[in-house]
Design a protein around this ligand. Structure first.
Ligand code: VG1
Ligand code: CO
Length: 545
């Protein structure tokens, strides 16, 4: 007999979800009642939990398993009818989204701090996704936060731990626990979108080699199953494919800095034709050709321009959407095909309504995230399959495809400079100063640049009318260049300042510049206007992507 217990507790005042869920150091989550308080706050802010189905899984990082056992017992005590939990506690973020939608669950809980490092000294995180499969919108996370500030008890069942390894159903109290294959539903969805036969031909032809680095994070089992087992790529195509609790000590962020082993392979001798990496929870991707890097903003534009070559998108796109700091490369594609391009604040939750209303089919962010209406999350392996499908049809290299794209649409040189772990007060002061400067900039001339507009980005959702203010400072110039400055909402130490730089070049003769050189005068200008290095006491950015 399982006994439901009501435990009294006191609120923690820092449980405000950021860009993508609640992220804190593992040690913070390990404090007595910390996880429980937040989970109960989620349950309390859902209206009709009784008898409902939830999906539960995580990226396998340290504390994933313990957290899953706690959440299962709390769900049972809170009247949840059924929980589908990934085998071994593993579910990627896009797979969770897929499963919520497929089985019409009320929602899902994803345990991940995504690209943040893991392990006992790393980060942990909790995200809640709603019934459309997407991240909870702001009004939902606000309700959870509000609840967490006054919570005084939580419900938990006294029960033995659940075996997460064996597939199948068991009961805990009145709740059914279903341990499901982590990959199967997601793989079927991919198969319904892409030309698997053609991709298999490409991967087994002997003329094409790919290398996928899953950085010891959650996408490993998915990549093994899809690329090696299903599509015939040779064993070893997937590197670092076993999820580890500390990601092997690495930083599971697929960019040129943190995925440097893959970069070395793709830029080394006898390099493969195609390289890709994904992040902690499998929703981000980096695409590389042989000695060639595709910026995430360009990747989105290339996918949009070539979508008709891919079965799942052959009837065309309803529209596209990008986050505000993402380069305007995709805007040019949208203009050419005559579809709408939406500009949203940073974070996938802002795409949900556009996707639900069929206003956008493809979405993307500069932070190595691309996705579509197939789920309500960005999706790393989906992007890799999309690229492989395009390559299989066009029979061209990654570099050829991107260069032709630039020839047609022009090139948006783009880079992001991050200053990580800076003093929070200094970062806030810098933002305040910029905010007060913004109304004075319009029309001003800085060397060859004239300011066309400058503001603190505000977004009104075209579907539900909700307004999100203070989403980042934008300074746009008459030649299409932009400087964007905002603070990260996913960091856990101090503040992270992000400077986004973009320069448009239509002349193909100038498409071969080094990105940082092409952006040099804009970088200087950002410094001149924002006094960034001075204000945060840094000589240079921590990470440049
Ligand atoms: C960052 C990225 C943003 C992304 C978010 C979650 O947010 O900039 O584009 O949606 O991470 O991605 P911020 O607030 O730190 O800039 V994931 O893959 O870490 O869930
Ligand atoms: Co992620």
């Amino acid at each position: 007999m399982n006994i439901s217990q009501q435990i009294s507790t006191t609120p923690f005042l820092d449980q405000k979800p950021g860009t993508s869920g609640l992220r804190k150091a593992v040690t913070v989550f390990q404090q007595p009642h910390y996880l429980e308080n937040f989970i109960q706050s989620i349950f309390d802010s859902l209206e009709d939990l009784q008898g409902q189905t939830l999906v539960l899984g995580g990226d396998g990082r340290y504390y994933n398993r313990q957290a899953i056992q706690i959440i299962l017992k709390m769900a049972a005590a809170n009247g949840v009818g059924r929980i589908k939990v990934g085998q071994g506690g593993i579910l990627s973020t896009p797979a969770t989204s897929c499963i919520i939608r497929k089985y019409q669950a009320l929602g899902g809980i994803i345990l991940s701090a995504s690209h943040n490092p893991g392990g006992p000294d790393g980060d942990f995180g909790v995200k809640y996704n709603i019934s459309n499969g997407g991240p909870a919108p702001e009004k939902v996370t606000e309700a959870m936060y509000a609840r967490s500030k006054v919570i005084d008890r939580y419900q938990i069942l006294e029960a033995p731990d659940v075996d997460l390894e064996t597939l199948g159903e068991s009961r805990m109290g009145d709740m059914v626990i279903e341990v499901i294959d982590s990959v199967e539903d997601y793989e079927k969805l991919m198969e319904s979108l892409f030309d698997f036969d053609r991709i298999r031909q490409l991967l087994t032809s002997g003329n094409f080699r790919m290398c996928m680095d899953t950085l010891h994070a959650v996408a490993g089992p998915y990549a093994h199953a899809i690329f090696e087992q299903r599509l015939g790529a040779p064993a070893g195509t997937v590197r670092s494919g076993i999820p580890l609790e500390d990601f092997g000590g690495g930083h599971p962020d697929p960019n040129l800095v943190y995925a440097h082993e893959l970069v070395d392979i793709l830029y080394g001798e006898n390099a493969p034709d195609f390289g890709a990496a994904s992040d902690g929870d499998g929703d981000r991707n980096m695409i590389l050709g042989r000695k060639f890097f595709v910026t995430p903003s360009d990747s989105l534009a290339v996918l949009a321009a070539n979508a008709k070559l891919v079965p799942g998108y052959s009837s065309g796109l309803a529209g596209v959407a990008r986050s505000m700091p993402t380069s305007q490369a995709v805007d040019r594609v949208a203009a050419q095909i005559g579809i709408e391009c939406y500009e949203t604040p940073t974070g996938w939750k802002f795409f949900g309504n556009l996707l639900d209303a069929n206003k956008a089919t493809l979405c993307g962010e500069e932070s190595f995230g691309t996705g579509s209406n197939h789920v309500r999350e960005k999706d790393g392996l989906w992007a890799v399959l999309f690229w492989l499908n395009i390559i299989a049809v066009r029979q061209q290299s990654v570099e050829q495809i991107v260069r032709e794209h630039w020839k047609t649409y022009g090139r948006n040189y783009y880079s992001r400079h991050d200053y990580e772990g800076v003093d929070t007060d200094q970062a806030n002061t810098l933002m305040e100063n910029l905010r007060s400067l913004v109304p004075t900039l319009k029309g001003k001339q800085f060397g060859k640049y004239q300011v066309e507009y400058s503001d603190d980005f505000s977004y009104t959702d075209p579907i539900d009318g909700s307004v999100s203010n203070k989403q980042g400072i934008r300074i746009g110039f008459t030649d299409g260049s932009r400087i964007v400055v905002r603070l990260s909402g996913t960091g856990t130490q101090g503040a992270t300042l992000r400077i986004y730089l973009e320069n448009y070049e239509s002349d193909p003769a100038k498409h071969d510049l080094d990105t940082q050189q092409a952006l040099a005068s804009l970088i200087t200008l950002a410094e001149q206007i924002g006094q960034i290095r001075n204000s945060v006491g840094r000589e240079q950015p921590t990470v440049i992507t």
